[in-house]
Design a protein around this ligand. Sequence first.
Ligand SMILES: Nc1ncnc2c1ncn2[C@@H]1O[C@H](COP(=O)(O)OP(=O)(O)OP(=O)(O)O)[C@@H](O)[C@H]1O
Ligand SMILES: N[C@@H](CCC(=O)O)C(=O)O
Ligand SMILES: N[C@@H](CS)C(=O)O
Length: 534
Amino acid sequence: MLNKNKLFAQREGNVIPDVSKALAWLEAHPDALKGIGRGIERETLRVDPEGRLATTGHPASLGSALKHDWITTDFAETLLEFITPVDQNIDRSLAFLRDIHRHVARELGEERMWPFSMPGYVEDAENIQLAQYGSSNIGKMKTLYRQGLKNRYSALMQIISGVHYNFSLPLSFWQEWADVKDAESGKETISAGYLRLIRNYYRYGWVIPYLFGASPAISSSFLQGRVSKLPFETDGKDTLWLPYATSLRLSDLGYTNKSQSGLGITFNSLDGYVAALKAAIKTPSEEFAAMGIKDADGHWRQLNTNVLQIENELYAPIRPKRVTRSGEAPSDALLRGGIEYIEVRSLDINPFSPVGVDADQARFLDLFLIWCTLADAPEMSADELLCSRKNWNRVVMEGRKPGLMIGVGCSETEHALVDVGKALFADLRRVAEVLDSHHGDTQYQQVSDQLVASFDDPELTYSARILHAIKENGLTGAGAALAKQYHQMLREEAYEILTEEDFSRQAKESVQAQAKLEQSDTLDFEAYLATREG
Ligand SMILES: Nc1ncnc2c1ncn2[C@@H]1O[C@H](COP(=O)(O)OP(=O)(O)OP(=O)(O)O)[C@@H](O)[C@H]1O
Ligand SMILES: N[C@@H](CCC(=O)O)C(=O)O
Ligand SMILES: N[C@@H](CS)C(=O)O
């Protein structure tokens, strides 16, 4: 394999960094990768059988969205979010996620879970109710944050759904790879390792929307009457698509915010990243100041008029993370203990899975994120991150276009996307062999071999496959049909890990915890807001 690898790199003029040394190290230290941590967040809109947004509130039987460990809401009352606890076993994480879906499908009655990232036809976005979290100060702050998001970006943009894949390498990896002794004394080294991963993710992560992007189309209602200059094709009814698009969710039309690219966020040092993020939540925005903090009737319009109301508003394709303590800002958690895991935010909802994500995607991400950690990752300026964004944009808008060329950062040199993809997978295959050696099977190698075929045959990509169904039945029709199929399937499936008792206990305890919180507030809301810096 090594010869083929080198040969490929030479023939293609080093389309990717030469990682052969690091790969050889990994092959000599296979146990270093035992114990990868994973957690999955999946969002999905509640819809009626025709695929229209549900106008009901978050089902009471699902407990408190503010305090439930596994079932909450994202932007809107109708936007469910499911969260799995961190686990080292992919199949267990997916079974846990599926149990949550099984339970919710049983509780939703006639409502269903939307299987796409982009919403179907939305009659009137004003009917989208902001997620409600009760009368506690933190509850009111979360809803007000959403009011600000609505006023800044529109509710329609905010109901775009995604899957977030949370990933961490075991301490043993850092101990063997970087001579770390323990997590505390090694936190600078570990953080530097995850920042290296992030820089390579910006350089090469466009492979994720290429393979798994599943939002090549939008409903005409998504444009809200705006005229788009994009060369959309249409079914003449309510569906628009770009023939080679992979993920409009990740495009400027989707869940992104161009103005954030001017924040000077970089990933060369943790202190640098945190400083830029903290600056962003303290930097007034002219545009948002013009909106005002309160309207004429004294109703709050947003938490503040800064570029970001709170750190969560930074819509990056990947985030460095550490589990926060109560009331702690994400950046303070990072300063306290360094980077603990990373959150990959580029996965569209997988429409071919009843739970929006599958084991192939998890295994691919493991391979890719390990490769991103091993490969050299020169520091990147804010400009270079911007150039990387342009490469991603090419892939999200026309990734399946025959002969598409792709660059790396701001380099003038471009290569055929297909060549870069295949060179990358030649390396990923070697990582797959190491991971498979843990289980004595070939699951990772099979995923690698199956996915690499998508470069020579773009028809195998998720976006190509779902675009056929969308062209045939329209976005709303195709989504409603899949939602119905998954609803019936999930309702009838037995649980694998959790029980009805677990769900009813969680629901009850979450409601009690919210009530307790509401009784414990001592400050009035304005005084409370003044104590929260974002
Ligand atoms: N060490 C870790 N390695 C991998 N995943 C982790 C690790 N620690 C936590 N996670 C996962 O990260 C996810 C955290 O999701 P959660 O929604 O609870 O927090 P958050 O994303 O910070 O909150 P928000 O979505 O409001 O920003 C969970 O799926 C959890 O399992
Ligand atoms: N709905 C967003 C994520 C919301 C959030 O920032 O957590 C997405 O499509 O990924
Ligand atoms: N989760 C999204 C929408 S509420 C955010 O934090 O910005």
